[in-house]
Each structure stands twice: as C-alpha cells, then as structure tokens.
Write a protein that binds this ligand. Structure first.
Ligand code: SF4
Ligand code: SF4
Length: 274
C-alpha cells in the first residue's frame, strides 16, 4: 500500500525533501507526474502521489517520510494494498538509471528498522544554504603498523563512551565534485549547513540521514566495547597461561637440579663399627 498523509498534518514540510521519489507535495501545489502537471490532491495539507510512492522500497528500510514526521501522520494507506514486487517495480520505472539489483533496502526485509539496518542505496535530496560549518578533506588511508609482541600484559584499553561518537569523523561524498571529506558527527544535526572544502558546494543533512548515522554509530560503540572486552579477556587468559608456564618451568628445573645434586654428592662412608 502507498503511504498517505492524514489530516493530522501540521504542514511542517519536514517530509518533502526526504522522499526519494519526489512523491510529496505541499497542499494546494499542483504535482508533476509522467511529464505533465496535475491538480493538487489536497489543498490543506501536504499530500503523497500514490503512483510515485514506493513506500521507500529500493531506497530505505522504512518509510522516510514517516521517520521524520513529528506527528506520525504518514501512514500506510489501507485502501491501496501493494506487494514488495509491485513497489520495487514502481521504483525501477521512476528511476530507470538506478540499478537496484536483487538485494535492495525494503521495509519488507527481515532486519528492516533494526540496529543492523544497512546504509541507504540512494540519498534523498537535501537543501543547501549559506553559513557553512567546517569540514575537512578525508586524509589518505594510512596503515597502522602492528604492535610488537609484548611480554608483559598490555594495559586495559579504555571503554568507548557513547558521547565519543560526537567526534567521529563521518565521510561525506560531495554530490557536486564527488570528492570525499569528513565531518565530525556533532556537525551533522539536521539543518546544519556544511560546505565541501574541495568545491565549496553546500550540504545540509536531513533528519533521516542524521538518524541513520546515529544508529550506525551506536552500533560502532557496541562493537568497540565488545572488542575491548574481548581484548581484556584474552590478555587475562594470556597472563594466567604465562604465569602457569613460568611456574612449571621453575618446578621442572628444580626437580632436575635436585636429581643432579643427589647423584653427584658422595654418600658418607660407613666405619667398620657401623
Ligand atoms: S513512503 Fe517513501 S516513497 Fe512514499 S511518500 Fe513517503 S518518502 Fe516518498
Ligand atoms: S512531516 Fe508530517 S506533519 Fe510535516 S508536512 Fe510531512 S506529513 Fe505533514
């Protein structure tokens, strides 16, 4: 079923730029479809053109308009039941240049909306304005040399705090020059305006982009902390094994020395009187 906007809509316009199919229009504004203009489906509220809505199948794991709507008024239209096959076919017709392949994001997929939700296949449009926040070009990838094996246990790695993701450098691909630069996550809040340091094109992240990145960074923290736990456990096991080996070597050496000393020391001679 296509998504529909109910009359609870407060006309905040948050949903419109998030739609990958340009299916959302402001109330009273005529819409474009199949090369011609059509009368608005609603004069009072934002509305969705059913023939352009794929329920975000092909792009996202959930309906992008519903994700950003502050009053939850983007809902499945019970009068227009449609299958995933119909919806991806609609996306293919609307985007003939896009290769969706056989494995595409879909709200019908098993992990849709979960923590493991994948990256979107295509990013919804976003507005750009002046007054950009700082962004830096991505440095060339550098290989980190493996640490030398240490005889003593490594100090426990610090636990990764959730707040540390604010400084995480998020790679951003500029849509104008296709160059890549990095932006600290703290600057990716919806509405912040960024400027590509390579071509000066501006970029403003939307709510959906922010939420997707935030989710992935939550997972990053979980994975990092799991790795810290694994490392600490491995170090503890290694220390215990090392100490046991040292004790075994010492004990074996002492036994051998004891036998050597016993065999070399002369026994006292007995006198003829006993
Ligand atoms: S569900 Fe997706 S495709 Fe449909 S109107 Fe909302 S954002 Fe657009
Ligand atoms: S986000 Fe929700 S309330 Fe805002 S315009 Fe869209 S449908 Fe209406």
């Amino acid at each position: 079923m296509a998504t529909v906007i109910t009359d609870d809509c407060i006309n905040c316009a948050a949903c419109e730029p998030e739609c990958p199919n340009t299916a959302i229009y402001e109330g009273g504004v005529e819409y474009q479809h199949q090369g011609s203009a059509h009368r608005a489906l609603s004069d009072d509220f934002f509305y969705i053109i059913p023939d352009r809505c794929s329920e975000c199948v092909g792009f996202f794991d959930e309906e992008a308009c519903a994700v950003v709507c502050p009053v939850d008024c983007c809902i499945p239209d019970p009068d227009r039941p449609e299958t995933e096959v119909q919806l991806i076919e609609r996306a293919r017709i609307l985007h003939p240049d896009e290769n969706f392949g056989d494995s595409f994001p879909s709200r019908f997929s098993d992990d849709a909306g979960g923590d493991d939700a994948g990256e979107p296949a295509a990013e919804a449009g976003s507005a750009a304005t002046e007054g950009a926040a700082a962004a830096t070009p991505a440095p060339a990838a550098a290989a980190t040399p493996a640490p030398a094996a240490a005889a003593t246990p490594a100090p426990a790695a610090p636990v990764v705090e959730a707040s540390s993701v604010l400084d995480f450098p998020v790679p951003v691909l500029c849509r104008s020059c296709e160059g890549e630069y990095e932006v600290d996550f703290r600057f990716l809040t919806p509405g912040t305006v960024l400027r590509c340091p390579l071509c000066q094109a501006s970029f403003s992240p939307g709510q959906r982009v922010f939420l997707e990145i935030s989710r992935r960074l939550d997972r990053y923290v979980d994975l990092m902390n799991a790795e810290v736990d694994r490392h600490e456990s491995a170090v503890k096991d290694e220390v215990e094994s090392h100490e046991a080996n040292i004790a075994d070597i010492k004990e074996a050496s002492a036994d051998e020395l004891r036998r050597i000393v016993e065999s070399l020391l002369e026994r006292p001679r007995r006198s003829m009187f006993g």
